[in-house]
Design a protein around this ligand. Structure first.
Ligand code: SAH
Length: 395
């Protein structure tokens, strides 16, 4: 049974044939295949203006991204068998990367599953669906995950605002087995209890795995400030690897409660300050505090392109304040998870901040998202995380 076609305008198949997976609304030949005849999430065959098969996927007439490709093989429609196949390929990468089952198992487009994210906490899977097409496939997703991973529980964390763009409701749900409130994970020799239903995003920021590891060689005997700490990952790992002291700052009391608890699990003690990060940095400076290492891991300040100027300004103020708290030979670890903020812009605001303090910045290392968040080279949006490790010295 063939799927209904979605026909593209002339030449609009080129970008897709070069690897991109998204069809924008202005690329559709709406005279021949009016978008409004489709319901959100309908499966379609995407064809060039002269009828050539480009791929099959799903459509959403209400979204700027009108369709996303799931398969480029006419013999393989988007169904449960395709999901199983893609999950097997995704799993084989993660098994090669990590010897423990704590990782992002599926990273959307980059794993050939647009609109689907799955994080794995050993036997518990936390799933996030962001498109109407994936929502339609939800039952198949659950069955496919259950077959490939054999989890004890599957939890849908479908309460992200981005779903509203696709006309989807916000909810959380246990869709398979039983899901505990918290799960244990290990990272860089530390143990963490991760909140699932009550946590942020899908519970743990696996994308920072390598960047936290990259910090460890710098922290022996040091005083560390972990800003936007969430459950304390950076600060606690620093302490467990020999830092002298760590202060976690977060505006969420719940996050800091988890951080204190996680510190105890690792037999270290963190200090915690519940505050807006911008205020906390200013107050620390006013009281003359200094740190050897300052980590900035803020939420995305540039969620949409039009927020770039305001967002860049926020990164500038934040990095400037952090630099002011550094000891003379201190290290700034400055991250941004805003895809729309170019890496060069982040580096530039740090450089400007250093010059403002009459310091010279030295970029020591650069990190990105961990390899369980692969980048799709044709889809720029899949590359988002940047981490810079800098000294700001008085030369
Ligand atoms: N560093 C963490 C992830 C940080 S996520 C890790 O590696 O796991 C971003 C965190 O910033 C969240 O915990 C959120 O509560 C906090 N946050 C958001 N806005 C804030 C603000 N203005 N001031 C302080 N914390 C903030």
């Amino acid at each position: 049974m063939s799927l209904p076609p979605l026909i593209l305008r002339k030449n609009e198949d080129r970008r897709l044939r070069a690897g991109h997976l998204w069809v924008f609304s202005n690329e559709v030949d709406i005279a021949r295949t009016p978008l409004k005849t489709f319901a959100p999430g309908d499966a379609v065959e995407i064809r060039s203006h002269n009828g050539r098969f480009i791929g099959s996927g799903y459509v959403n007439p209400n979204s700027l991204i009108s369709a996303r490709i799931l398969s480029r093989d006419p013999e393989r429609p988007p169904d449960r068998a395709l999901l199983v196949h893609r999950l097997d390929i995704a799993l084989s990468l993660r098994k090669r990367l990590y010897d423990k089952p704590f990782y992002r198992l599926v990273f959307g487009e980059a794993d050939g599953l647009p609109g689907l994210v799955v994080d794995r906490y050993a036997g518990v899977l936390v799933v996030q669906i962001t498109t109407a097409g994936m929502e339609r496939m939800k039952a198949d997703i659950v069955t496919a995950l259950a077959g490939v991973i054999k989890p004890v529980g599957i939890f849908f964390r479908n309460d992200v605002a981005i779903r509203e763009l696709e006309g989807l409701p916000l909810y959380t749900e246990t869709a398979h087995g039983t899901v505990p409130d918290t799960v244990m994970i290990e990272e860089h020799g530390c143990r963490f209890e991760v909140p699932l239903s009550g946590g942020q995003k899908t519970g743990w920021f696996f994308d920072q795995h390598d960047n936290r590891g990259r910090m460890l060689r710098y922290i022996s005997g040091k005083r560390v400030l972990d800003v936007f700490s969430y459950a304390g990952a950076w600060g606690i790992e620093a302490l467990a690897h020999g830092a002298r002291e760590a202060l976690c700052v977060d505006s969420s009391a719940a996050a800091l409660t988890h951080a204190m608890h996680n510190a105890g699990l690792n037999h270290v003690t963190v200090a915690a300050r519940e505050a807006d990060a911008f205020d906390a940095l200013r107050e620390l400076r006013e009281s003359g505090e200094k740190f050897d290492v300052v980590i900035l891991d803020p939420p995305a300040f540039v969620k949409r392109k039009k927020d770039l100027a305001a967002g860049r300004n926020a990164y500038q103020r934040l990095n400037q304040s952090a630099l002011q708290l550094l000891e003379r030979d201190g290290l700034l670890i400055s991250c941004s998870c805003s895809h729309h903020l170019p890496a060069a812009d982040l580096l530039q605001v740090i450089q400007a901040g250093a010059r403002h303090l009459e310091r010279e910045a030295q970029l020591l290392e650069t990190g990105g998202q961990a390899a369980d968040h692969p980048v799709h080279p044709a889809i720029a949006e899949t590359a988002y995380l940047k981490a810079f490790y800098l000294r700001a010295v008085a030369l």
